[in-house]
Design a protein. Sequence first.
Length: 256
Amino acid sequence: MEADLESDFEQTPFGHGDFYGYRTKRFGSLLRRSRFAEDLVREPTIISLAETILKPACERIQLNVAQAIEIHPGEIEQFPHCDQDMWPGDKGGQQYLLNVMWPLSRFTKVNGATRLYPGTHKQSVELLEQLPEPIVAECRPGSAICFLGSTIHGAGANRSNDVRRAVVIGYSLGWLKPYENHWLAYPPHIAKNFAPELAELAGYTQHRPNLGNYEGQCPSILLHDTVPAFPRATDALRPDQQSAVRAFADGQRLTS
C-alpha cells in the first residue's frame, strides 16, 4: 500500500494551518488510490469492533474517513483534541466514531507517534492542564491503533530525521455527515466497481428512515448500468415505523 501511495505522498503539498500542521501532508480518497485500501476498510475484526461500539445508536455504520498522513521532521506536537467535536451539540452517552490508525512506518516517541490520553472519553476536559499523561502508541506496521472519537489524542512532534507515515480509517454513525465527502471522493463511475459492502460503507445506501436517498430511492441505483430518468420514490422505513404508517394509512382508506 505504501508503494501505491508513494507518488501521492511526493506530490501532496504540506498542510496549511496550526491543526493540520505546516510540516504534515494529508490526502484522502484512498479507495481509489490503492487496491489495498479496501482490505483495511473492511478488515473483519475492525468492522466487528466498530459495529459493536456504534450500532446501538444507528442502523448501520459508515466510513467516516480514509486518509493518509505523513509527518515530516520538524513538525510540532498536534493540538490534543477529540474527533467527535466536529459534530456540534450535546453528545449524550453514545459514541459517534471509532478511529483506526494503521502505521505505514514504525511509530516511536521521537517521530510523531500518536499520543492518546486515557480516560478522557469519560471526562469533561476544559483545560489542557487537566489532561493525564498520554500513552504514546509505539508500534510497527501491521498494528492497528483503535480509539474512540471521544478520546483526546494528537500526533506527537517529529524530532527524528525520517517521515512518519500512517493511514487512518474512521467509522461513524450512519446518520452523521461524514468527515470526508465520499460522493465526491468516489463518484458513481468509481464506486460502481466497489464490492456492494464497500459501496454501502462509502455512502451508497440509505439509513432508515429515508436518510441519504437519491430521488426517493437508495443511492445504490446510481451504480447500476441503467439509471431510471424518473425513479419511483419508495419508502425506506424501520419496521416499527412501517407498521405504524401502514396502520394509519389503512385506517384512512377505510374512512375515505
